[in-house]
Design a protein around this ligand. Structure first.
Ligand code: ATP
Ligand code: MG
Length: 418
């Protein structure tokens, strides 16, 4: 039998309610901050990601699903959402429109990774992008949106970690300091970090290998190298968060895995569900749009991993109870009443009540069992007598009561009792 590709997951109907719950919370949070949804293609020209995400990142070096299409063009399944949104923003000339531009997305993303709990090859993200605002208020607004989203889900064991990685001016000096620090340790570092040392030494701080982590623990901190402007920006972000009652810890080890970040970087981390604890990550990327088009537009945003969020929600017991079945099951005792049930079902549905009838040729007893198993609230039974009276025997399975209800009044009756 053909099986699902490694690193992918099916969401079965019995699990989809949890996804819909989190997606609805994401939309509500984004829309409360006046972000509007944006949808961009699942694949883009490969160059968008090598330029946008950056060619010193793991994503571009090791994780992209890249292939030639039938026209011989190199395309890549999006490994993240920001590059596509940035492209759309530039391509539609939105930089000349109303700013700030605020957009959110709910997408699937693809990375060729070693699959494990909370790390998949096809995964899903909720992300927000805010373009055009350079000041600390924008950083604080985006972090506050992320914080509200997670708090509304009822998560308690999620912590905000915050850092600044400066701008290209102050980072140059920091890179020198990092190189001087790491140089004597090169021999002990993993192969990837040996390359990172030459290309972008800050990336070593993001390495997940134990040996490299140990070496990185005592590395110089970017915070000690911030220029005056970057320092003032970071101080203001912290003040705004404190004033808004959003708790955070400054964590110098947070550098984020993508090249485009500058100044503020942050992660929301949970210890509730194992190793892949980062449920949401983001920051400021003032040079990304410039890198893609030459136009300089400041930007800040984040992306949350839906699978990790769902793991954490399960661990913290924050998931709502599973969906129940149809509100009303219409059971027919014979062919004539089954036909009537079929018609009544249509009327109830057009009144906004979900309902179903037998499609399996079952006995009334089995129909009741089915209604009970699927969690229907009401069962309306129709037989010869009910047809002649023009009324159904309606059982409220929750209240364990039963009443005769005229066909024409069925919808009203159910609505009243719900
Ligand atoms: P990590 O360091 O765990 O690899 P990342 O820095 O690569 O994460 P981002 O690119 O910032 O992750 O993506 C934002 C969020 O998307 C992550 O915080 C995480 O919740 C989720 N995410 C990233 N990669 C995966 C994956 N392969 N499977 C599931 N979720 C993922
Ligand atoms: Mg990663």
């Amino acid at each position: 039998m053909i099986q699902i590709p490694k690193g992918c997951k099916d969401v079965l109907p019995s699990q989809a309610y949890a996804w819909q719950y989190v997606e609805a919370a994401a939309r509500r949070a984004a829309e409360a901050y006046a972000f509007k949804e944006i949808r961009t293609p699942v694949f883009e020209h490969t160059e968008l990601f090598s330029r946008g995400v950056g060619d010193t990142t793991d994503i571009v070096n090791k994780e992209m699903y890249t292939f030639l299409d039938k026209g011989g063009r190199s395309v890549t399944l999006r490994p993240e959402g920001t590059a596509g949104v940035a492209r759309a923003f530039l391509e539609h000339g939105l930089a000349g429109g109303v700013l700030p531009f605020k957009a959110y997305y709910l997408i699937s993303a693809f990375r060729y990774e070693r699959p494990q709990a909370g790390r998949l090859r096809e995964f899903h993200q909720f992300g927000c992008e805010l373009y055009g605002a350079a000041g600390a208020f924008a950083d604080a607004e985006v972090i506050s949106l992320a914080d509200a989203f997670l708090k509304n889900l009822g998560l308690c064991r999620v912590e905000l970690r915050l850092n600044s990685i400066g701008c290209k001016h102050c980072r140059a000096r920091y890179h020198e300091a990092l190189k001087a620090y790491f140089a004597p340790h090169i021999g002990e570092m993993c192969e990837d970090c040996k390359v990172r040392f030459g290309k972008n030494p800050m990336r070593i701080l993001d390495c997940k290998t134990e040996g490299c982590k140990r070496i990185a623990a005592d590395a110089p901190r970017m915070l000690d190298y911030l220029c005056d402007d970057c320092r003032a920006h970071f101080e203001q972000v912290k003040t705004l968060l404190s004033e808004a009652g959003i708790a955070y810890t400054v964590d110098p080890s947070i550098v984020r895995g993508l090249d485009y970040y500058s100044r503020t970087v942050f992660e929301f981390v949970s210890d509730a569900a194992g190793a892949q604890g980062t449920v949401l990550g983001g920051g400021r990327y003032d040079t990304l749009l410039e890198q893609m088009d030459g136009k300089s537009v400041p930007a800040v945003g984040f992306a949350a991993g839906m699978e990790r969020l769902l793991l954490v929600m399960e661990a913290e017991n924050c998931l709502p109870p599973a969906d129940t079945g149809a509100v009303c099951y219409l059971a027919g005792m014979d062919d004539a009443s089954h036909a009537q049930a079929f018609l009544l079902a249509q009327q109830l549905r057009s009144a906004g009540i979900s309902c179903e009838t037998d499609l399996m040729g079952r006995s009334v007893k089995s129909q009741f069992k089915y209604a009970d198993k699927t969690g229907a609230r009401f069962v309306a039974v129709l037989g010869e007598r009910e047809l002649s009276e023009g009324a159904a025997e309606v059982k409220d399975l929750r209240a364990s009561s039963s009443e005769r209800v005229k066909f024409a009044e069925l919808a009203e009756y159910i609505k009243r009792r719900m």
